[in-house]
Design a protein around this ligand. Structure first.
Ligand code: HEM
Length: 406
């Protein structure tokens, strides 16, 4: 028997206006224990590992990420039309085509090329603080870390990093919850960045180099290539998708290790554990807690009919705590044996994080260096977390002390 979604007897996810993520996680785990799907203020939410995977792998559920602006009350037509071609929200053949063209440029091998540079950046950012053994870790390391790497990846010259960083900050205001006020600044940054990237593209067309932009320019499948507009869109997607996520995830990694100093020491002794430590911290505390889809047609799923247009959130953070997939899910353990089912913090299905190899490499390199150079880390003040509703979540400030001189 199939019932209409409006008749579904399911718990309601409360609005977590404030409050910390630990509280939110506990509430969500209780809700997930009651069934695969819950109700939200705008529709429904998949809350168990299996239902989250099911929604994200079902192509009838389309990305609603592009609706973020409308949700925030933006009506500016020009701004709304800019978002339509993003890979983050494209669907069907358009998405398949984009993904096919760009995927090779985001391979693990491409990310590996940057590992020596990543090490240089991490060491350089930490260096000024090792003598004193104190650091405000978010502004000193997390925030700057991804910018030179994205610039190096794209092939933007070092002299332009500061400029690039400013654009990235402004473009990323889309996630600040103040979108309507910030719209002029965001659009200005998009325009300037667009113009800058067009310049870089023209240079690379004349003189190809060993970088992502050149890879994207020459990317070709069956005679098909990315247009200049699509190249600009991809660069913006790399900035939007790859900057704030990585810096918040690194901050969360440190926040988790502060509560588990024994595992930080273990990692310092055995840096070979870094890849597992990255997977476990991402499972335990992912910077992207959820994503959202809408029904592109009437969808029947597990005996429930969700009418076309229904919004379905997917709680990645709750799926990561599903005991049936991750035994003893509440325990943080960097020696956890990898299970067949990976954590959900990079998503799943066709929109699975395009930059996952790069993000993994960045975090692995950081977690290889930091435990050795910052032994004995401890909080040197309150850790200030971003508001719990922030789409890309992490610490806003985190003062640390550690044994100096390493
Ligand atoms: C730890 C860091 C990161 C996390 C937690 C993360 C998380 C995610 C998640 C959850 C999605 C899926 C969104 C959805 O299904 O709606 C996604 C997609 C995406 N990410 Fe990441 N990401 C990270 C780093 C990066 C990096 C470094 C880049 C770029 C270099 C990047 C670029 C993208 C792009 C372009 C997409 C859209 C892919 C598509 O729609 O086909 N991400 N990311």
């Amino acid at each position: 028997m199939v019932i209409h979604a409006s008749e579904l007897d399911a718990p309601v996810v409360p609005l977590f206006e404030n409050g910390d993520r630990q509280v939110r996680r506990a509430v969500m785990r209780e809700i997930a224990a009651l069934g695969p799907v819950a109700r939200t203020d705008i529709g429904f939410a998949a809350v168990q590992y299996e239902s989250v995977v099911k929604v994200l792998r079902d192509k009838r559920w389309h990305s609603a990420v592009g609706f973020a602006a409308q949700f925030a009350g933006v009506t500016d037509e020009e701004f709304l039309s800019r978002r339509r071609i993003s890979i983050l929200s494209a669907e069907g053949d358009t998405h398949v085509r984009l993904r096919r063209l760009v995927a090779p440029a985001f391979s693990p091998r491409s990310a590996d090329r940057l590992r020596p540079f990543m090490r240089e950046v991490v060491n350089g950012l930490l260096e000024p603080h090792t003598a004193s053994g104190t650091v405000e870790f978010v502004s000193a390391v997390c925030e700057p870390y991804p910018i030179p790497i994205i610039c190096e990846l794209l092939g933007a010259p070092k002299s332009d990093w500061q400029m690039f960083s400013g654009w990235a900050t402004d473009v990323l205001r889309v996630f600040n919850g103040t979108l309507v006020e910030d719209l002029p600044v965001i659009m200005k940054a998009q325009d300037e960045l667009g113009e800058y990237v067009r310049g870089l593209i023209a240079e690379r067309r004349d003189k190809p180099a060993d970088d992502l932009l050149t890879d994207l320019i020459v990317a070709e499948e069956s005679g098909d290539r990315l247009t200049t507009d699509e190249l600009v869109m991809m660069v913006e997607a790399v900035i939007v998708g790859g900057t704030d996520t990585t810096r918040n995830q690194l901050g969360l990694c440190l926040a988790v290790f502060l509560d588990h100093p024994d595992q930080w020491a273990m990692l310092a002794d055995d840096p070979g554990l870094a890849p597992r430590a990255v997977e476990e911290t991402m499972r335990y505390f992912g910077a992207v807690n959820g994503t959202i889809r809408y029904a592109s047609e009437d969808i029947e799923m597990d005996g429930v009919l969700y009418p076309k247009g229904t919004f379905m959130s997917t709680s990645l953070g709750t799926a990561n705590f599903d005991d049936s997939v991750f035994p003893g899910a509440g325990t943080f353990d960097i020696t956890r044996e990898p299970v067949g089912s990976p954590h959900m913090s990079f998503g799943s299905g066709i929109h699975y994080c395009l930059g996952a190899s790069l993000a993994r490499a960045e975090l692995q390199e950081a977690l290889t260096i930091l435990p050795r150079r910052m032994p004995g880390i401890a909080r040197a003040g309150a850790t200030v977390m971003k508001p719990a509703t922030t789409a890309i979540f992490g610490p806003a400030a985190m003062a640390l002390s550690f044994d100096p001189g390493h």
